[in-house]
Design a protein around this ligand. Structure first.
Ligand code: SF4
Length: 459
């Protein structure tokens, strides 16, 4: 359902994407390495009892050149000699976990998902990817239906990369596309043709990858309705199985590379959202179904099936087709999640490497969730994945929730949701405003920034 432009204007307030609750700025109780590892041990034990495995996220930070919109933790280099030492450090970090968990080849860790992200995982040579994966797989045991996925840059990915990973069990590929318009590609310093993307997509399919995802961004400099139309036309010709269609976040004070363009070059406010709405309509016409927030999938893809089977999950990797327990992040800046504890690794490559060399789990920061966080986290996850939640049982209740129905009144009047004292159900019209709904549940936001509004008072 297409929300009216008045509603888009009214609810166009900045808000988190809720890949975690509490969101990172509100983390205030960092775990010790011992607390973090023991929370992983507990999550593994609980997961094993239910046949659920862990997820491993491995961050490869290297990229050959910097895309000016990039918000990731990267190290820009063309020096390929950094690959082997980095792989060795990640394997050493994994070894530290195994020692502390009392695991190894004779007591392997059950795994439901492995995701190689970055940066650019295919910056590594195929042999380095093999070394990394074989090192990890020695002490892992795949649970039924385990999914291995990799992010790749079409400009540097060769058949050999994809072939090695396919041999090791990878069946999902995610390609960074962002936009096909040449003027936009030029200003964001990421020039790649439709033919290049087609070739990587077709090679992957011929090697047995059964789910190809494209990442697109709306709100980039010089994007217009016409340029988005052309980009989505190209995407429809290439027919990926999944699409993530994210909003560009302009934070030049954190990411100076974004100073290559100015705010005047960016589509603003409802113009920006109109780009999304056009893309969404065109994707739906082509048979894609909207999943959660900012994601689309063909009905044959596991993400759509998960949303229908109510197993959809959300974590730092975005939406995933199933719950995992726990998520262990390896590599510089990687974030882990044991449900009760979040933990992020050192963000500076040299510091990360030297701490692992010293035999330390290289945590930079994290958060130990309190009882209220754990309850609210469950509701935020329900909303982001299932668009409804309820708290009429003791397990899902915390006092803060008493204030939520009042905070949602305006959204209910606009028919974006139905709410009563103990439950909320977001309507299809309200899907575009899931962030605003989650903000009503965000107790930390309410306490630390009480002036924050869920909608603009001036409309
Ligand atoms: S390839 Fe990806 S991670 Fe690397 S700079 Fe570009 S957007 Fe950032």
């Amino acid at each position: 359902m297409n929300p009216s432009s008045d509603l888009l204007k009214k609810y166009n307030v900045p808000g988190p994407r809720y890949t975690s609750y509490p969101t990172v700025p509100y983390w205030d109780l960092s775990p010790t390495a011992e607390q973090w590892v023991s929370s992983i041990a507990q999550a593994l034990k609980e997961g094993e009892a239910e046949g659920v495995g862990a997820a491993l996220y491995v961050h490869i930070p290297f990229c050959e050149s910097l895309c000016t919109y990039c918000g990731c933790n990267t190290r820009i280099t063309r020096n390929r000699s950094v690959g082997v030492p980095y792989v060795q450090t990640v394997l050493k970090e994994w070894e530290l976990y195994l020692q502390k968990l009392g695991r190894g080849p004779s007591a392997p860790v059950p795994v439901s998902e492995i995701h190689l992200g970055g940066g650019t995982p295919t910056f590594l040579e195929p042999g380095e990817l093999r070394q990394l994966m074989e090192g990890l797989l020695r002490s892992l045991k795949r649970v039924d239906g385990a999914e291995f996925s990799v992010e790749a840059d079409p400009r540097v990915t060769r058949r050999e990369h994809l072939a090695v990973l396919a041999e090791l069990g990878f069946r999902r590929l995610s390609l960074g596309i962002q936009d096909f318009d040449s003027r936009v590609q030029d200003v964001v310093n990421r020039v790649q043709s439709e033919a290049q993307v087609r070739e990587v997509t077709e090679v992957a399919r011929s090697l047995g990858y059964d789910s190809v995802n494209y990442d697109l961004i709306y709100g980039l400099p010089f994007q217009t309705l016409d340029s988005i139309r052309e980009t989505i036309e190209a995407v429809r010709r290439l027919k990926p199985d999944r699409i993530a269609f994210y909003a560009y976040a302009h934070v030049p004070w954190i990411k100076p590379s974004q100073r290559r363009f100015t705010e005047a070059d960016l589509p603003a406010g409802d113009q920006k959202r109109a780009l999304y709405e056009l893309g969404r309509e065109m994707l739906e016409e082509a048979g894609y179904r909207e999943v959660g927030m900012d994601h689309f999938a063909l009905e044959t893809d596991s993400l759509w099936k998960a949303s229908q089977g109510r197993t959809l999950h959300r974590n730092f990797m975005g939406y995933t087709a199933r719950q995992v327990a726990p998520l262990i992040g390896l590599g510089v800046s990687a974030i882990g999640d044991s449900w009760r504890v979040f933990a992020q690794n050192e963000k500076l490559l040299e510091t990360y490497q030297s701490r692992v060399e010293k035999g330390e789990i290289p945590l930079l920061r994290g958060h130990v969730l309190n009882d209220e966080d754990l309850v609210i986290r469950r509701h935020v996850l329900n909303l982001m994945c299932r668009m409804e939640t309820r708290w009429d049982s003791r397990e899902f209740y915390t006092e803060y929730l008493e204030s939520v129905p009042g905070r949602l009144e305006e959204l209910a009047q606009d028919e974006l949701l139905q709410a009563d004292r103990y439950s909320v159900k977001v309507s299809e019209k309200g899907r575009a405003f899931l962030r605003n709904v989650c903000m009503a549940f965000d107790a930390r936001l309410a306490r630390q920034a009480p002036q924050t509004q869920l909608f603009s008072k001036t409309i």
